[in-house]
Design a protein around this ligand. Structure first.
Ligand code: XLS
Ligand code: CA
Ligand code: CA
Length: 438
C-alpha cells in the first residue's frame, strides 16, 4: 500500500511559538494536566463521513476536493482506499479513534444483502488496520436519512416495510460496531421528525422510535455489546421539527420509555446552538442527569444558523466545554470531529490543518479549564451563592423535610426579605479573561 498523504509526515508538538502550519501548538499528547495525560483527557476521533467522504459539495456546487484517493468512487476499491487513507491520516495525527456510518464504509448496493456482504468484507480489512496501528472504534451508527426510502423517517416512518429496513440496518451496524470493538452506538434522528402535523401521527411515531431503540438494545446486548447507546440531539435540519430536539427532550423521552439505563447523550456543539442553547448548557444538562456520554466536537456559525459543521476554533467554547467535561469526571466516549473543511479548503494539507486547529483548540480549552478550576474563584462564588441552602430553613428544604405551610409561616415570620446577593456576572467574566490571558 503506497503513501496517500505524501509530503506530510507525523504531526508533532512544537509549542505556541511555532510557525509551522503542520505542527501542534498546544496539543502535547503526553503532557499532564490535572493528573492525566492530554491524550487521556481528549480521546479524539475522526468522522469517516466528513474526513474521507465530504468533498466540498454544497446545495449550489459540485465537489471541490478530490477524495477519490486514486480509485473510482462508488466501488469497493474506493472503499479500501478510504480505509488506507483514514488509517494513514489518523496515524500521522495521533488520532486514536474513528466513528462511522454503515454507508460511509462501503457503497450502498440496491439489495441490502449485498450491502451487508460488503460491510463484512471491509470490516475484516479495517480490523487488520486496527491491529496494525492500535487505532480503535469510538462509535458506529446506521445512516437512516440519505436513502429515499427514509424520506418520512426511519423509526418514525409511516411504512412498516421501511421500518423493517431501518431495523435491518441497525442490526448490521451493531454487528459491525461490536466486531470492531466500538465503545458506543449512536442514534441521530435526522429524519425522525415532521414537516407538518397535518400529515403526522406524533404519538405513533414516538412510540415506534422507542420500539426500534428497545429492539436495538435487546439485540445489542444479546451479541455482547456492553457500551453505551447514544442519542445525538438536534432540533431541526433536515426536518423542520426533530423529536430529539435537545438534551432535555431526549432525556425525557428515554425516561418515558424506560431506555435511560442503556442510553447517554452524544452532544454536538453545532446542534446545541441550533437548539438555541449554548454547547455548555447541553453538556451540563446531560451531566446532571448522569447522561454525558460523548461529544461531537465542532462549531456552527451563528450568523448562518444552519449545521455548518466547522472545525472548532472558538477557545471560549472549548474552555467551557472542557470545564463541564472535567467537572463531570470525563467522558465515557470521546471527542469526535464531526467537522468538515470549508468548500474552498480543498487540499490534503487543509484536512491536516483542520484537525490541528481542532485538536489545538481543545488542548487550549483543557489547559484553560484546568486553570479556572485550580484558581477556584468561580466555583467558590457559585458555592457561596447558594449558601442559604446549607443551613436553617434552606437545609430543611433541600433535605425534603419542609412543607408548603411551614415555608409560608417562615416567610410570614420574616415579614419582608432582602433581595438576594448580586450575581456578579461581569466580575466572573473578568476573572475568566484574566485567567485566560494573564
Ligand atoms: C448530522 C449529524 C450526524 C451524526 C451521525 O447533523 O451530526 O453526522 O453525528 O449520524
Ligand atoms: Ca454529529
Ligand atoms: Ca452536525
Amino acid at each position: 500500500m503506497s503513501e496517500i498523504f505524501k509530503n506530510i509526515g507525523e504531526i508533532k508538538y512544537e509549542g505556541a511559538s511555532s510557525k509551522n502550519p503542520l505542527a501542534f501548538k498546544f496539543y502535547d499528547a503526553e503532557k499532564t494536566v490535572l493528573g492525566k495525560k492530554m491524550k487521556e483527557h481528549l480521546p479524539f476521533a475522526m468522522a469517516w463521513w466528513h474526513n474521507l467522504g465530504a468533498a466540498g459539495t454544497d446545495m449550489f456546487g459540485r465537489d471541490t476536493a478530490d477524495k477519490s484517493f486514486g480509485k473510482e468512487k462508488g466501488t469497493m476499491e474506493h472503499a479500501y482506499a478510504k480505509v488506507d487513507a483514514g488509517f494513514e491520516f489518523m496515524k500521522k495525527l495521533g488520532i486514536e479513534y474513528f466513528c462511522f456510518h454503515d454507508v460511509d464504509l462501503v457503497p450502498e448496493a440496491e439489495d441490502i444483502k449485498e450491502t451487508n456482504r460488503r460491510l463484512d468484507e471491509i470490516s475484516d480489512y479495517i480490523l487488520v488496520k486496527m491491529k496494525e496501528t492500535g487505532i480503535k472504534c469510538l462509535w458506529g451508527t446506521a445512516n437512516m436519512f440519505s436513502n429515499p426510502r427514509f424520506m418520512n423517517g426511519a423509526g418514525s416512518t409511516n411504512s412498516a416495510e421501511v421500518f423493517c429496513f431501518a431495523a435491518a440496518q441497525i442490526k448490521k451496524a451493531l454487528d459491525i460496531t461490536v466486531k470492531l470493538g466500538g465503545k458506543g452506538y449512536v442514534f441521530w434522528g435526522g429524519r425522525e421528525g415532521y414537516e407538518t402535523l397535518l400529515n403526522t401521527d406524533m404519538k405513533l411515531e414516538l412510540d415506534n422510535i422507542a420500539r426500534l431503540m428497545k429492539m436495538a438494545v435487546t439485540y445489542g446486548r444479546s451479541i455482547g455489546f456492553t457500551g453505551d447507546f447514544y442519542i445525538e440531539p438536534k432540533p431541526k435540519e433536515p426536518m423542520k421539527h426533530q423529536y430529539d430536539f435537545d438534551a432535555a427532550t431526549a432525556i425525557g423521552f428515554l425516561r418515558q420509555y424506560g431506555l435511560d439505563k442503556d442510553f447517554k447523550m452524544n452532544i454536538e456543539a453545532n446542534h446545541a446552538t441550533l437548539a438555541g442553547h449554548t454547547f455548555r448548557h447541553e453538556l451540563r444538562t446531560s451531566a446532571i442527569n448522569g447522561m454525558l456520554g460523548s461529544i461531537d466536537a465542532n462549531q456552527g456559525d451563528l450568523l448562518l444558523g444552519w449545521d455548518t459543521d466547522e472545525f472548532p476554533w472558538d477557545v471560549y467554547e472549548t474552555t467551557m466545554c472542557m470545564y463541564e467535561v472535567i467537572k463531570a469526571g470525563g467522558l465515557t466516549g470521546g471527542f469526535n470531529f464531526d467537522a468538515k473543511t470549508r468548500r474552498p479548503s480543498n487540499t490534503y494539507e487543509d484536512m491536516f490543518e483542520a484537525f490541528i486547529l481542532g485538536m489545538d483548540a481543545f488542548a487550549l480549552g483543557l489547559i484553560n479549564a484546568a486553570k479556572i478550576i485550580e484558581d477556584g474563584r468561580i466555583d467558590e462564588f457559585v458555592k457561596n451563592k447558594y449558601a442559604s441552602f446549607n443551613e436553617g430553613i434552606g437545609k430543611k428544604i433541600t433535605k425534603g423535610e419542609a412543607s408548603l405551610e411551614e415555608l409560608s409561616s417562615y416567610a410570614e415570620s420574616l415579614g419582608k426579605t432582602e433581595i438576594p446577593c448580586s450575581g456578579k456576572q461581569e466580575r466572573l467574566q473578568s476573572i475568566v479573561n484574566s485567567i485566560l490571558f494573564n
